[in-house]
Write a protein that binds this ligand. Structure first.
Ligand code: SF4
Length: 153
């Protein structure tokens, strides 16, 4: 069982009430092989909500509100779910201040990226869970024997 960002699984949990459906991850979800989680919702934030970005180790909504506590709570809840389902790996949405893995927006809301992990990605990594960016989703699905070729064409 793997953990997957709920928006990649096709759930409309993004800040703007949209999904970021990825065919491989949504198929894993529908076949009962992936647990979808949205750390921002788990942390108590509403949907839709203001977009937020990381800056100096904290998270701020575009309007200036410090939402670090909600992001940290969502990360803790996500880790608890990963442990409950014995998930050893996670495929997470790129660039998000929660789920981003390797690169995140720089806190200026201008679309610029800087090296770093989102709050949830960092906590999962620190607890021994292998975290993959969504760009590796097809490879992760293939590695566990799920083909998505038909759905991607
Ligand atoms: S917190 Fe993660 S799962 Fe939720 S909408 Fe943002 S990127 Fe998707």
């Amino acid at each position: 069982m793997i953990l997957v960002s709920a928006c990649l699984a096709g759930l409309r949990c993004k800040w703007n009430l949209e999904s970021a459906e990825h065919p491989a991850m949504s198929r894993l979800f529908r076949e009962g092989m992936a647990i979808p989680v949205c750390p921002e919702q788990l942390g108590g934030l509403s949907t839709p909500r203001e977009p937020s970005e990381l800056r100096d180790g904290r998270v701020f909504a575009k309007g200036g509100r410090d939402v670090t506590r909600e992001y940290r709570r969502g990360a803790e809840e996500t880790l608890a779910i990963a442990r409950a389902f014995d998930c050893r790996s996670a495929v997470l949405k790129s660039r998000s201040p929660s789920c981003g893995c390797g690169r995140v927006y720089d806190g200026t809301f201008t679309g610029r990226l800087v090296p770093g992990d989102g709050v949830t990605a960092a906590l999962l990594k620190a607890n021994g869970i292998a975290v993959y960016d969504e760009s590796a989703a097809g490879e992760v699905a293939a590695a566990i024997g799920v083909s998505t070729v038909a759905e991607e064409n």
